[in-house]
Design a protein around this ligand. Structure first.
Ligand code: SF4
Length: 338
């Protein structure tokens, strides 16, 4: 340590705000915890509830069982769908296996599903900008498979074909790079001048705000450490945005254990941020690791205020309320109207 790094007086950390949990992730994680309390273990969860190793392992210890497909869930059990959303066919499969479902799809993903259904009903060709194989893209595509074509970046545009160039709309995955998406849209518009845009942003507020904060710190940071898992789309985008904003290097780490001493060589300013599925305890670990190496001066770079909260999935709210009502009734009272 020490020799190759900047003098202690020059070492500082820029800490991005906002960072970490978004409203959709917070809701999904609390939903699994509440379901475990309400129904007891195990509660099956289709796919990782959010793309973060630490969160998944913590919930596993509490009794959640993560499966890849609904077919792996024993008949009659409870299954929760992850924040990334699922295609209608998955709901059908669950009904076919007599599973009780709790849908923790983020409401902002559901919004994109509804847009897809509406434009498909109006017989538009929908160009869905997103990453091939990502769960959210699979779920959204499943809403209107005959109308949706996936466009995975500007390099895909040349090969895109539509039935009627005067009736085309683009939609997107919620966790993309804002700048790269606009590049893809520009290329699509050149090819299809009558392309229409979604009624409101599909890239969600949390993705946009986290990218904005990293852009602000990127120009000043020699190194940007992004806390997040490798399968987390929005975390990976933060690394790209940091480098695009001028950071000399940027790395994605699941936790402080993955940081390498060599990354600090010649570094005086370290930027720190975290993806939307990352609990703050993991960022604390990174800040501690840096402080032990002389990076104790922490300055917050604030790009936006966030106050969005989503209510729990409706199935869970219904059962929690029914339980509360039964308890109150037992005591001779009545629950006020919701
Ligand atoms: S990143 Fe955005 S779309 Fe995804 S869960 Fe969070 S708020 Fe919802």
């Amino acid at each position: 340590m020490g020799d190759m790094t900047a003098p202690a007086a020059a070492r500082r950390v820029l800490l991005a705000a906002p960072r970490g949990y978004c409203a959709g992730v917070d809701r999904a994680v609390i939903a699994v915890e509440k379901a475990l309390e309400q129904y007891g273990a195990p509660v099956y969860v289709r796919h990782e509830i959010v793309h973060n190793k630490y969160v998944v392992q913590t919930l596993e210890k509490k009794g959640a069982i993560f499966v890849e497909e609904t077919a792996e869930v024993p008949e009659g059990s409870i299954v929760m769908f992850s924040a990334h959303g699922v295609a209608p066919v998955v709901h059908d499969e669950a009904a076919g296996r007599n599973l009780a479902t709790i849908d923790a799809t983020c409401p902002l993903v559901t919004k994109v599903h509804k847009e897809a259904v509406r434009f498909a009903d109006e017989d538009y060709d929908i160009l869905l900008i997103g990453h091939e194989g990502h769960e959210e893209v699979i779920g959204t595509s499943g809403e209107a498979p005959d109308h949706i074509t996936l466009v995975d970046g500007p390099e895909d545009v040349a090969g895109v074909e539509v039935r009627d160039p005067s009736k085309v709309v683009w939609l997107s995955q919620t966790t993309l790079s804002v700048d790269e998406t606009m590049e893809t849209v520009d290329a699509l518009k050149e090819k299809f001048p009558q392309l229409i845009s979604p009624p409101s942003d599909d890239i969600c507020y949390a993705t946009q705000n986290r990218q904005l904060a990293v852009k602000q710190m990127g120009a000043e940071a020699d190194l940007v450490i992004v806390v997040g898992s490798r399968n987390s789309s929005n975390s990976k985008r933060l690394v790209e945005v940091a480098i695009g904003a001028g950071a000399r290097t940027s790395y994605l780490v699941d936790s402080a254990d993955e940081i390498e001493e060599a990354w600090l060589e010649g570094v005086s300013t370290v930027g720190v941020t975290s993806g939307a599925s990352v609990p703050e305890v993991l960022v604390d670990g990174v800040l501690e690791w840096l402080a032990q190496r002389g990076f104790e001066d922490v300055e917050t770079v604030k790009a936006a205020e966030e106050s969005i909260i989503f209510s729990l999935p409706k199935e869970l709210r219904r059962d929690l309320r029914a339980e509360a009502a039964a308890l109150v009734e037992k005591r001779g009272g009545n629950l006020p109207d919701a």
